[in-house]
Design a protein around this ligand. Structure first.
Ligand SMILES: Nc1ncnc2c1ncn2[C@@H]1O[C@H](COP(=O)(O)OP(=O)(O)OP(=O)(O)O)[C@@H](O)[C@H]1O
Ligand SMILES: [Mg+2]
Length: 345
């Protein structure tokens, strides 16, 4: 196959995008990169327009002004909601905003690869392509774990597990573009941990007042699985006064709650793969997504998989940008004919 790539000439801006449930990231061939929380909001009425002074807001700015906004999360449970025009528009606006953040020149053609949760790849890729076709020259939608694998050059005998907010996505790489059979999605991910932790804390400290946002912060600052020497103490108000609470057991229990389904899916996928390669895949497992930052995750998974044979796990270096980086590398290496063919679709 001819491997001529479109070079990063100034006439083309290549971008890699990771469209996620909780946050989305972009990396571009002009050296810029950025990320935002995946929220889009439109002012509810003319008072709101006066307050927020913008036709549409994104990310943290949208979250902060949520009372004035009709606020949307384009992805939920790993898929783009496609019910209404507003929902389609929220994906379009989010991708448009991400591209604006990397500042293409007016004359530049934008050639984008967008990584989406594996489930969304199955059901939404045409809708996503349509939504953004007005402002990109060409777009390819891929599953996010595939983008991560590409960026790390893990194209053969590897398993990627992407632990996000809404979903955990699994993808086996075996030397070709992964098919639907090579990918699985489960819903016990970061948001699930938050719900477990919220319930455990409500049960143990009925007098204390906290909200979902605080609980997620407790998790992100202290997450761990397995045996940790450190006690986790946080301040939570009781009758208005901040009091120190020991939440070590609750953090451990809630973080560990996502692992039985992860281990079950992982072992099922490996067991259904060609027996000659099972050992190689088990020894080449990479965890991506921001959930990969749970302390002790590597040892915990290796230990749990021991009964199936030796197992080696590692985590990506930059979980926030690993998907977008991989998508950009893929965009830059994509043979020219692919882009040309796509731009005519
Ligand atoms: N240090 C941490 N420890 C544990 N979890 C964390 C940590 N930092 C972030 N998270 C969690 O990771 C999740 C977000 O991960 P990520 O940004 O990869 O998801 P996403 O791509 O937006 O979601 P999805 O892949 O489901 O669409 C959230 O649940 C967040 O609370
Ligand atoms: Mg993700």
């Amino acid at each position: 196959m001819q491997q001529e790539s479109i070079q990063s000439k100034n006439e083309n801006l290549f971008v890699g995008i990771d469209l996620g449930t909780s946050c989305s990231a972009i990396v571009a061939s002009n050296g810029t990169k950025n990320w935002i929380e995946s929220y889009v909001g439109w002012p509810k009425d003319f008072i709101a327009v006066k307050v927020v002074k913008k036709p549409v807001l994104f990310g943290m700015e949208a979250i902060k002004n949520r009372l004035s906004l009709d606020i949307r999360k384009p992805l939920e449970g790993g898929v783009v909601k496609e019910g209404t025009e507003k929902e389609a528009e929220s994906v379009r606006e989010l991708i448009r905003h991400l591209i604006e953040m990397v500042k293409p020149n007016k004359e530049q053609k934008v050639l984008a690869i967008v990584g989406v949760p594996a489930e969304s790849f199955k059901v939404n890729r045409i809708a996503i392509r349509k939504a953004v076709s007005d402002f990109v020259h060409s777009i390819i939608v891929v599953s996010e774990p595939f983008a991560v694998a590409y960026g790390m050059n893990l194209l053969n005998n590897a398993m990627i597990i992407d632990i996000g907010a809404g979903t955990v996505d699994f993808c086996i790489m075996h030397g070709t573009i992964p098919s639907e059979d090579d990918q699985r999605t489960i819903l016990t991910a970061g948001d699930y941990i938050d719900r477990q932790l919220y319930n455990l804390l409500s049960e143990k400290f009925p007098e204390s007042t906290f909200n979902e946002n605080m609980v997620r912060q407790f998790k992100e600052n202290n997450s761990f699985v397995g045996n940790s020497q450190n006690m986790v103490k946080v301040k939570i108000p009781v009758e208005g006064k901040p009091m120190v609470h020991n939440i070590t057991e609750e953090i451990k229990k809630s973080c560990e709650s996502i692992f039985p389904p992860i281990i079950e899916t992982l072992s099922e996928m490996i067991a259904s793969f060609d027996p000659e390669y099972q050992n190689k895949i088990r020894n080449n497992i990479v965890i991506a997504g921001c959930g990969s930052q749970i302390s002790g995750i590597v040892e915990y998974l290796e230990d749990a998989m021991k009964e199936y044979g030796t197992c080696q796990v590692k985590t990506v270096v930059d979980p926030l940008f690993a998907g977008a980086n991989g998508a950009l590398t893929m965009a830059q290496e994509m043979p020219k004919e692919y882009w040309e063919k796509l731009s005519k679709i």
